[in-house]
Design a protein around this ligand. Structure first.
Ligand code: DC
Length: 224
């Protein structure tokens, strides 16, 4: 069984997908973390500007692994046996990782890897292209949206909680720009799969988002 969650920037896709996986006892696949791991390694070895084939070859050079963190109950990203979770989440990395995200041969290989996860267990996957490119035949697909102002306020709160400086106009511009240009290479623009259910999260809490999806899936279990 495969459940995919795509959606706009700052709609809580990751937290929702983790919660759904926890409730249903499925494996959570954070596809963004895989792109971040490749970018972390490429930056470490100064390969971000390398030609596409060279960049994609980094996937042969290191091992990525999701390892359960018993303190946070999160599956952290380990690279070659070292926990790199906080490093892959850094804003610095996000700002320079575009060459990795648009590298077609690298995307193809990560997509294959993600599909292998889907063959061996029940999964909940979140990302930008999981319902369209990675798992076009997933049993359940969701696409999260939310009003811009609410997403802006959520982002501001998140940054304030980390004691980071907040410029609301800049954040608003960044969200609009990422919605429009989260371009993932020729085959994977951030868009809704035709058969995905849209969930407008504007007036929902994360717990309600999770529950809505869990209820939707369980409803079928009852009627099957
Ligand atoms: O969801 P995130 O912020 O962790 O994603 C990190 C980057 O990877 C972001 O630039 C979008 C990209 N990404 C992607 O291209 N395809 C995915 N399936 C998931 C993320």
């Amino acid at each position: 069984m495969i459940i995919t969650i795509d959606g706009l920037v700052a709609t809580g896709k990751g937290t929702t997908a983790q919660g759904v996986a926890r409730e249903l006892g499925y494996t959570y696949i954070d596809t963004g973390a895989m792109y971040r791991a490749a970018a972390w390694y490429a930056r470490e070895y100064d390969l971000l500007d390398a030609p596409d084939e060279r960049l994609a070859a980094v996937l042969d050079e290191f091992q990525m692994q999701f390892v359960r963190n018993e303190d946070t109950h999160h599956d952290d990203m380990w690279i070659d046996g070292v926990n790199r979770e906080s490093e892959i989440r850094s804003t610095d990395l996000a700002l320079v990782m575009r060459p990795v995200v648009v590298c077609r041969p690298l995307r193809e290989r990560l997509v294959t890897l993600q599909q292998e996860f889907g063959r061996v267990s029940n999964i909940v996957a979140d990302g930008r292209d999981v319902g369209t490119v990675v798992f076009p035949d997933a049993e359940y697909k969701y696409f999260l949206t939310c009003d811009l102002d609410v997403r802006l306020q959520r982002r501001v709160k998140q940054l304030e909680a980390q004691w980071l400086a907040v410029n609301q106009d800049a954040i608003r511009r960044e969200i609009i720009q990422r919605d429009e240009t989260d371009y993932l290479g020729p085959d994977a623009v951030n868009k809704k799969a035709p058969d995905a259910q849209v969930i407008d999260t504007t007036s929902l809490t994360i717990e309600e988002q999770i529950q809505m999806i869990v209820d939707d899936v369980r409803r079928d279990w009852v009627t099957i």
